[in-house]
Design a protein around this ligand. Structure first.
Ligand code: 5GP
Length: 245
């Protein structure tokens, strides 16, 4: 596999072409951003921790029957992946009310949501990722009704698998954001990453935050300790041995 020209540079990841038309190399950088990219810091090895955690989660989801773009981790911070045409929708699942939900609606922080909430935001920093409904998504031409239904169905399936996965690691999956794309045949496939950057993860015993919310709250010196804690809990020791961390 040869790393070729850069195709896209996002806020925390860069995507490179490879010698295969339908595969890309995703480099997880050490950048951390908040507020639609307005605040940016470098956190040593953050890209590596996120790439390893994401790879593990994509493997778990494949075993649960969710198709993902993950192929293999070629370096600790570089993921070989199926090339997708990304859909600009952030699909969010909430198991516990917090964050923008409690800022925007009269619901108390920490309320258990049963059934969980599914929400879709339009992925666009310029517009500050506004919330979508099906009519708006269809009017924007970003997805059909069938595709929207499938995104929601897949997001619930991801939630079922990951709630269980994190629970076994003593972590509550509070909420998370995922993104999907289409493969060359038009099939919807889970893409991007699933890491402490886009999930709220709370310690089951102490309810301590183990995710990017610490950075959003300005607790920059606690962020990497939390990411390392998630890594230590979800990556088995024999898999950790492959990485020099
Ligand atoms: P909220 O809408 O409460 O701010 O976020 C809900 C969940 O989606 C949280 O787990 C948060 O991490 C994730 N999320 C929402 N928007 C974004 C985003 O633009 N980037 C990332 N990394 N995560 C997001």
């Amino acid at each position: 596999m040869t790393k070729k020209d850069i195709i896209n540079s996002g806020k925390v990841k860069s995507v490179f072409a490879t010698d295969k038309e339908d595969e890309v190399l995703i480099e997880f950088r050490d950048d951390m951003t908040a507020g639609d990219g307005e605040r940016k810091e470098v956190m040593t090895k953050k890209g590596t921790y996120n790439a390893i955690i994401s790879s593990k989660i994509f493997n778990v989801l494949e075993q649960a029957g969710v198709k993902t773009q993950f192929i293999e981790l070629v370096k600790p911070n570089e993921m070989l992946a199926m090339k997708l045409d990304m859909i600009p929708i952030e699909v969010i699942i909430r198991n516990i009310a917090t964050g923008s939900l409690v800022r925007n609606y009269p619901i108390e922080d920490g309320t258990k949501l049963n059934p969980p909430i599914v929400q879709m935001d339009y992925k666009d920093d310029e517009f500050h990722d506004p919330m979508l409904n099906h009519s708006i998504a269809k009017a924007l031409g970003i997805a059909t009704q069938d595709e929207l239904d499938e995104l929601e169905k897949l997001a619930f399936k991801v939630n079922d698998a990951l709630k269980d996965f994190f629970d076994k690691a003593g972590i509550i999956l509070v909420d998370f954001k995922i993104e999907f794309g289409k493969d060359k045949d038009g099939n919807i496939v889970l893409g991007d990453e699933i890491s402490p950057d886009g999930c709220r993860l709370w310690d089951k015993e102490t309810l301590d935050m183990l995710d990017k919310e610490l950075f959003r709250k300005g607790k920059d010196d606690e962020v990497m300790e939390a990411y390392v804690e998630v890594y230590n809990r979800v990556i088995p020791d024999d898999e950790k041995a492959k990485f020099d961390l």
